[in-house]
Design a protein around this ligand. Structure first.
Ligand code: HMG
Ligand code: MG
Length: 284
């Protein structure tokens, strides 16, 4: 039997957060509902962040309340602080994701905190989530290059990933936020992180600005990672990483993984339908 690789669909959060034009809640709900029949085990459907910082995500409670929850799918929400965690709990998120960065420059732009302060904010979130029995994913942003602090030493990424593990994150997703890393940079970064965490605790989160995200996934596959984030129709970018493109497109990644002999569990026809919906949202 083909080996399983999980694609975590992050388009409704990482994709839509970057759309400047307000998107009606009902259209976001329709996208999540379409994605729910594709075969994903996890969909990042929302984020509970400051609406002044990311206005597009301000209706996340409405999205979470209106989606049709498919059996076997966990709906994840990104939270930056306890206030976000309380909102995610009220919205019945099945999993939450916390976020920090490998550099102080990016952490300040994204979270208005240093890396150390963002980790201190994450600690009580993990404690509460533990009480709720909710698994927590930790994101590390800018794992190879930072738009503010420049090239990022792999040892620093390893340190931050280990800190998230020590706080209790079940999984650490390594964010190549700018989408410009070469496979060589990704390999060096991963080798350092793998000294701290085993591959089954890691996910790869590659943006695709330079068109090398699929190659970077292949490097990570070679080093044993089996979970990758992707965004339907390649939606998105990060509001705090100017010029960065969306995540690797789910369709392209699923096709490549199938060609390599992996089983993603995704239905290509249902995925193509969801991608049509996502493209229509981007086009207005
Ligand atoms: P802050 O600016 O330091 O200020 O926010 P604050 O904590 O004092 O709060 C300011 C205002 O926001 C207050 O409202 C708070 O109540 C409100 P006011 O009193 O002015 O009316 N507020 C909130 N409202 C709703 N939900 C909340 C919340 N928290 C505060 N949870 C903070 C710090 C971290 C909250 C802010 O900087 C923030 O929300 N940042 C998140 C930015 C974000 O969402 N970035 C994109 C996601 S990360 C990403 O895309 C990278 C990733 O994909 C991986 C990769 O590619 O690298 C994951
Ligand atoms: Mg991202």
């Amino acid at each position: 039997m083909a080996e399983r690789v999980e694609i975590v669909e992050v388009g409704p959060r990482d994709g839509l957060q970057n759309e400047a034009r307000p998107i009606p809640t009902a259209r976001k709900v329709a996208l999540v509902d379409a994605l729910s029949s594709v075969g994903f085990r996890r969909i990042e459907a929302a984020s509970f962040v400051s609406p002044a910082r990311v206005p597009q995500m301000a209706d996340s409670a409405g999205v979470m309340a209106a989606i049709r929850r498919a059996p076997g799918v966990r709906y994840m929400a990104l939270v930056p602080n306890l206030k976000g965690q309380e909102a995610a709990r009220a919205a019945r998120a099945d999993q939450i994701a916390v976020v920090t960065a490998a550099t102080d420059g990016f952490a300040r732009a994204n979270l208005n905190a240093s890396v150390a302060d963002s980790l201190a904010r994450i600690e009580p979130i993990l404690r509460e989530a533990g009480r709720d029995g909710i698994p927590v994913r930790g994101y590390v942003s800018v794992v190879t290059d930072c738009p503010y602090d420049g090239p990022v030493p792999p040892s620093r990424v390893a340190r931050v990933a280990a800190a998230l593990r020590d706080l209790g994150c079940a999984e650490v997703s390594l964010g190549e936020t700018l989408g410009r890393a070469t496979p060589e940079q990704v390999e060096a970064m991963l080798r350092a992180v793998l000294d701290e965490l085993p591959p089954d605790r890691l996910a790869g989160h590659f943006h695709d600005t330079a068109g090398r995200a699929v190659e970077n996934v292949e490097v990570a596959l070679g080093l044993g990672l089996r979970v990758f984030d992707a965004s339907v129709a390649g939606l998105g970018g990060c509001p705090f990483a100017p010029g960065a493109a969306g995540n690797v497109a789910t369709e392209a990644l699923a096709r490549r993984l199938s060609a390599l002999g992996f089983d993603t569990g995704l239905d290509p026809v249902a995925l193509a339908q969801a991608a049509d919906l996502a493209r229509a949202m981007r086009e207005g």
